[in-house]
Design a protein around this ligand. Structure first.
Ligand SMILES: Nc1ncnc2c1ncn2[C@@H]1O[C@H](COP(=O)(O)OP(=O)(O)OP(=O)(O)O)[C@@H](O)[C@H]1O
Length: 622
């Protein structure tokens, strides 16, 4: 199963448009809500530290003004000045302690929101009961970005709190300046406003660039995945594709770097002009303040407050703008997280789900039409098929005829666009998909190879029996894999992975890799853990098995299937012939149906498939 995103259009979902400004507000609200759900205590602490850190510099500058005014005028009480100086000291201590508490609270917020975001994301993906969304490249891309941005909530909260702190300090200092001189306040604000808007525009440019280059960035993940994936390594080495993909990755990186460089050059011009403007306003204000003090229009304390306010406004402005810029980009990424966590199920859930009864009459497909995408070709075209209870059905047909598609529809991994599939007369659409699947046991054509122990690989078929050694062994024996597993270094506890080791194993221990056929048998054993279920589906269980193994497995399955409703998809006609009912799928419908003898007598598609295969064997033997 590949987890590598495939490159698609320019933006997520292939859309060309950059995100809207409202994304920032939406992202911020959602990030705070997430942090509040994850760690309300740490968030409240962090808000308290913001108030302390935002207000303390202003209070300290007023106390300093009081001290300076007292000292320069000579009109003071020693005790008052001492208390004021102690107050400044206390505020400094509060600031230092606040910084330590704030960094601890940040850590807690980071861990708690990160974990919560991951779980909410995976819960949302698990809520998707079908396959179609996960198979849409655009959704898949979104999902990859959502996984990367799960930490975005913490960064957004952090940036917003830092911004709030900057805003608090700036407002406090502007208020202080207003008391000294309304004119001066106006000048400082006038110098700050263009800087603020220019910085906002810059952050918007950065966000746009990020959006424009996100497709290139995703393609890099794809190339990096190819170059480091052990599954891809065989072909990459055989065809000598490494340097080719490395070059394409470098070209994409150069593309992104080039665009960033151009934007940086533009922004540096803006920023230096703004810095000069800010410095000029500060210097002018300072000169004016000193002049006013010299002519006794202002006190020395006013000048000290003026100096603190000018520095405070400039610093908090820079911090505020930095936070807004960071929030903008983070909100863009976090939007993918919100999209995925709010996505609706791809299979409509029944309004009043009906309990899935044990199968007693059979399964019926009536005029089933199905295609994977709205603009794709029809795979099934009005297929009719009745599978009576207790029948063993074999489905045969050429490659791409739609056999595996039929299997997936029976498991309700998709809904047909037209027609119906019913379980004892009840349409699958009104049954709970989860309950339905509990009544089915399937070996898919491409079964999973879990990087877990051999026992777990089997036990996953029935989680309640994950550690039931007897049942694991029985299933493995029926799938003809018990002997091979028993011979592994740690028997059923052997890790079937070259990447992970059991927690209690030394790092030097190596995992074991099974052959393709052995994995196939393990998947069969996993399905056999559910052999008591109402319907057993085997989609090509013989692929990858050698002739002797296939014979063994086939004999066991024939015994196991007796009396049970089962569906076997197979290209091996020798295996299919033993079924009670055989259907040939072609052109999206059932072309022929009957027993082996009936279909041979019909001398149609089945007879042709059967004799062609039989002749092939005879020629080989001769
Ligand atoms: N997830 C998918 N999205 C889009 N098209 C698909 C998907 N899965 C299968 N198809 C298409 O549906 C058609 C039928 O595929 P299916 O796997 O059902 O055939 P099959 O009869 O099982 O073939 P085979 O014998 O090769 O296993 C094929 O043309 C295939 O390309």
């Amino acid at each position: 199963m590949s987890t590598k995103p495939k490159p698609t259009g320019p933006g997520p979902d292939g859309s060309e448009s950059a995100p809207r400004r409202s994304d920032l507000l939406r992202g911020l609200t959602a990030a705070f809500a997430l942090a509040l759900r994850a760690c309300p205590g740490a968030l409240a602490t962090r808000v308290a530290t913001v108030v302390v850190a935002g207000a303390a510099p202003i209070a300290a500058s007023w106390l300093l003004k009081y001290v300076v005014d007292g000292l320069t005028s000579g009109d003071f009480r020693v005790a008052d000045l001492t208390w004021a100086a102690a107050g400044i000291g206390l505020l400094t201590v509060a600031l230092a302690a606040g910084a330590a508490v704030s960094s601890y609270a940040d850590g807690r917020i980071r861990r708690a929101t990160g974990t919560r975001a991951q779980s909410e994301l995976l819960e949302a993906v698990n809520r998707l009961s079908g396959l179609s969304r996960l198979e849409q490249p655009a959704f898949h891309d979104r999902l990859q970005l959502a996984i990367q941005s799960a930490q975005g909530a913490e960064r957004l909260v952090g940036a917003a709190l830092q911004g709030a702190q900057g805003l608090l300090t700036m407002t406090g200092f502007l208020g202080s300046l207003l008391l000294i001189s309304p004119v001066l306040t106006l000048i400082v604000v006038a110098a700050a406003v263009p800087a603020l808007f220019a910085q906002l525009a810059n952050s918007r440019h950065r966000a746009d660039l990020f959006w424009r280059t996100s497709n290139l960035a995703r393609r890099q993940i794809f190339y990096r995945g190819l170059l480091t994936d052990s599954q891809a390594a065989k072909e990459i080495r055989l065809y000598g594709l490494g340097p080719y993909f490395a070059r394409r990755l470098r070209e994409d990186l150069d593309g992104i770097n080039g665009q960033e460089e151009r934007l940086d050059r533009r922004l540096v011009r803006h920023e230096s002009a703004l810095a000069v403007l800010g410095a000029a306003v500060s210097t002018g204000a300072l000169v004016w303040g000193v002049h006013q003090a010299a002519t006794h229009a202002l006190s020395a304390g006013d000048v000290s407050l003026l100096v603190a306010a000018l520095a405070g406004v400039q610093t908090s402005l820079i911090s505020l703008v930095g936070c807004i810029a960071q929030s903008h980009q983070t909100a863009l990424l976090f939007d993918h997280f919100l999209y995925v966590t709010q996505v609706t199920d791809d299979l409509p859930a029944p309004v009043a789900p009906v309990a899935v009864p044990a199968l007693r009459r059979g399964i019926e497909l009536r005029d089933v039409w199905f295609r994977y995408t709205d603009d794709g070709p029809w795979i099934l075209r009005g297929l009719d098929l009745t599978i009576p209870y207790g029948t063993s059905l074999a489905v045969v047909g050429l490659n791409g005829a739609g056999k595996s598609t039929l299997v997936k529809l029976l498991c309700r991994l998709y809904d047909p666009q037209r027609g119906s599939i019913s379980w004892d007369g009840t349409d699958l659409r009104v049954l709970s998909a989860e309950e339905l699947r509990r009544r089915i046991s399937v070996v898919f054509q491409d079964p999973m190879e879990y990087d877990l122990t051999a026992g777990e690989n089997i036990g996953l078929g029935d989680l309640d029996a994950l550690h039931d050694q007897e049942r694991l062994r029985a299933a493995a024996t029926d799938a003809d894999i018990h002997t091979a597993l028993a011979r592994l270094p740690q028997g059923y506890d052997t890790m079937l992975s070259r990447m992970f080791f059991p927690d209690d194993t030394e790092e030097s221990a190596t995992g074991v890799q099974l052959s393709g056929g052995q994995w196939q048998r393990l998947a069969l054993a996993r399905a056999l853990m559910r052999s008591g279920r109402d319907l057993m589906i085997l989609d090509e269980p013989g692929t990858g098995l050698d002739a002797v193994a296939e014979r063994h497995v086939h004999d066991r399955l024939t015994t196991l299937r007796q009396g049970a409703t089962s569906i076997l998809v197979s290209h091996r006609m020798g295996t299919a012939r033993a079924a009670d009912l055989i259907v040939v799928i072609a052109d999206g419908t059932v072309q022929e149906r009957g027993s082996h003898e009936e279909l041979m007598a019909l001398d149609g598609a089945y007879a042709e498939l059967f004799t062609t295969q039989a002749e092939g064997y005879e020629e080989t033997v001769r």
